[in-house]
Design a protein around this ligand. Structure first.
Ligand SMILES: *Cc1c(COP(=O)(O)O)cnc(C)c1O
Length: 306
């Protein structure tokens, strides 16, 4: 267990009104900044999704962000996912929401064991709504009440089976070896996992991600794997002051995405997302075509520990 987890109970569900207010203000501020950046870049309102980066935040803090309008969350560490998932699943289901892959897989996957032959697990309201009719309305309603849950931090292969019962997307896939291991686990579970290929556009040694020159080849190979759906590319902006350098990395990721789509290679047709932009550089990223910004500090405040 990581040491910082001894200092904070990440499963805690109760926060005071002042803290909830602070988080709600943070969410509203970020949503306004996204809207302003979309408008400034001449992009359609609503074309950029906000993913709340929730590392070090507890269940109560995450629920406050969701109550304020967050509709996608991302975690870095499998241990945090495991600790927070039961509370998140329960509190969200009380509000009529599904989260991560718990929308497709019965809650048995969260660790409880259900004897075979027992009564079917009750479907969540959103899943039930989707199943009601073949018309698009029900499916649309299910989408509106679903909260995607992504892994955004480095994932060791021995942690894959810990996260697959909970998350429906992994943004930090940066090698064929990792992709193959996720694919194998997903196939065993009978699920399809959304993946983004992480690219190290800045070349900084401290960052994960594949080399930019390998991205197109890797994307094609990942796209062809069963159990995975290649949904796009992810990067962390360069840690420098020069805006042009940060922007160049984002622009390169976008061109790479465009080339992957233009290749027409089988399994790359859903490679549309560009997950780029964080608290410090989200406006730049949106100007360069980001479709998902991952924001922690601007929503929740500075992290007390990394
Ligand atoms: C922590 C983190 C973020 C959010 O960073 P902030 O600067 O707090 O907005 C985004 N992406 C990844 C991969 C992270 O680890």
């Amino acid at each position: 267990m990581t040491a910082y987890m001894d200092h904070k109970d990440l499963a805690n569900e109760t926060i005071d009104a002042a803290r909830a207010r602070q988080i709600a203000d943070g969410v509203h501020d970020v949503l306004e900044r996204i809207a302003a950046a979309e408008a400034a870049a001449g992009r359609k309102a609503g074309s950029v999704k906000l993913l709340a980066a929730t590392k070090t935040r507890d269940v109560g803090e995450i629920m406050a962000a969701i109550d304020a309008g967050v509709r996608m969350i991302g975690e870095n560490r499998p241990q945090e996912i495991v600790v927070k998932a039961p509370g998140l699943v329960r509190l969200l289901s009380e509000r009529g929401f599904t989260i991560g892959c718990t929308a497709d897989v019965p809650p048995v996957s969260l660790g409880a064991s259900v004897p075979s032959g027992s009564a079917p697990v009750q479907a969540s309201p959103a899943v039930a709504a989707a199943a009601e009719g073949a018309d698009g309305d029900a499916a649309h309603a299910a989408l509106a009440t679903h909260i995607p849950f992504h892994v955004i931090g480095q994932l060791q292969s021995n942690k894959i089976s810990k996260v697959l019962p909970v998350v429906d997307g992994i943004e930090s896939v940066d090698s064929i070896e990792l992709a193959e291991k996720i694919a194998r686990r997903a196939t065993m579970r009978g699920v399809t996992v959304g993946v983004l290929l992480e690219v190290n556009e800045s070349g900084e040694a401290s960052k994960s991600g594949c080399e930019p020159s390998h991205a197109i080849d890797l994307a094609k190979r990942i796209g062809s794997m069963g159990g995975l759906e290649l949904q796009g590319l992810m990067t962390v902006g360069a840690h420098v002051d020069d805006e042009n350098v940060i922007r160049a990395g984002f622009a390169h990721l976008r061109r790479t995405r465009d080339q992957i789509l233009a290749s027409g290679a089988q399994g790359t047709e859903h490679c549309t997302e560009l997950s780029m932009g964080m608290t410090q550089d989200m406006a730049l990223a949106i100007e360069e075509g980001s479709s998902i910004v991952r924001v922690g500090t601007a929503i929740f405040g500075a992290r007390a520990f990394v």
